[in-house]
Design a protein around this ligand. Structure first.
Ligand code: SAM
Length: 233
């Protein structure tokens, strides 16, 4: 069943001004944009996106157009930089084929993926609904890495997803999120993301450490992603 949600004529079809594009200030803390209604229209949201069978079907039919076939270059650059998190337990919710899981493991992290449509022993990918991550693995991870799962789930469930990730993160742990696509879209997945909701929704209750437009996004995603790093108090 399809249903229109959060349709907002003010933003329909219009390029939304991005309110916070870049910050390298390590002292930045808390929400840095005013809280309030987020202006994106998500168009038609099918209940299918909440079903593992939908995603399994897309993998089976070779319709995994999101799959980079290797690690995301933004994370490769991050791990090579002084901002790389310390080695520890890392979770990748909605990791797909787990290219990033494999790469982080090769870099010395105890990384594991979670995906309800993919299961694998190497790299380790546990079949799990990401909305259950917090309940199944409370305070278990030093780092959680979000990439293209936030835009894949039903946008009405984003707060629920954020709550699950926060619960799985230990106190003092780090949430690294590469958000794509930060634009209004007529439909999805991927469902559009308002830059303002990155701290307001995904980072609610966490400390914002960095929010920037990464230089290393893959070609078609260039300028359409934001890298956010949060710390759990
Ligand atoms: C757009 S794909 C991205 C995959 C991977 N992050 C990548 O970049 O290649 C979204 C992934 O999230 C998974 N997913 C979506 N909703 C999920 C849920 N509720 N629980 C677990 N996995 C989910 C899908 O199975 C799919 O593998």
């Amino acid at each position: 069943m399809n249903r229109p949600i959060r349709d907002n004529p003010r933003s329909e079809g219009a390029a939304k001004p991005l309110r916070l594009l870049f910050s390298r200030d390590p002292r930045l803390r808390g929400p840095v944009v005013p809280a309030g209604p987020h202006l994106l229209s998500y168009g038609i949201v099918s209940d299918e996106v909440s079903e593992a069978s939908y995603w399994a079907h897309r993998y089976r039919e070779g319709e995994a157009s999101w799959d980079l076939g290797g690690p995301c270059p933004v994370f490769v650059a991050l791990l090579a930089s002084r901002h790389a998190p310390p080695r520890g337990k890392v979770a990748f919710p909605g990791c797909g084929h787990g290219h990033d899981v494999a790469y982080w493991r090769a870099q010395g992290y105890d990384a594991v993926g979670f995906d309800f449509a993919v299961r694998s022993a190497d790299p380790p990918i546990e079949p799990l609904d990401v909305f259950e991550l917090g309940a199944r693995h409370p305070h278990a991870f030093d780092v959680i890495v979000e990439y293209t799962c936030y835009c894949a789930i039903d946008p009405a469930r984003r707060t629920e997803y954020a709550t699950s990730l926060h619960a799985a993160l230990r106190s003092g742990g780090t949430l690294i999120a590469l958000l794509f696509p930060v634009e209004a879209r007529a439909d999805g997945p991927p469902f559009g993301i308002d830059v303002a909701e990155i701290p307001d929704v995904l980072g609610a209750g966490l400390e914002l450490v960095r929010l920037e437009t990464p230089a290393d996004s893959v070609g078609p995603r260039h300028g359409r992603e934001r890298l956010a790093i949060f710390r759990k108090p």
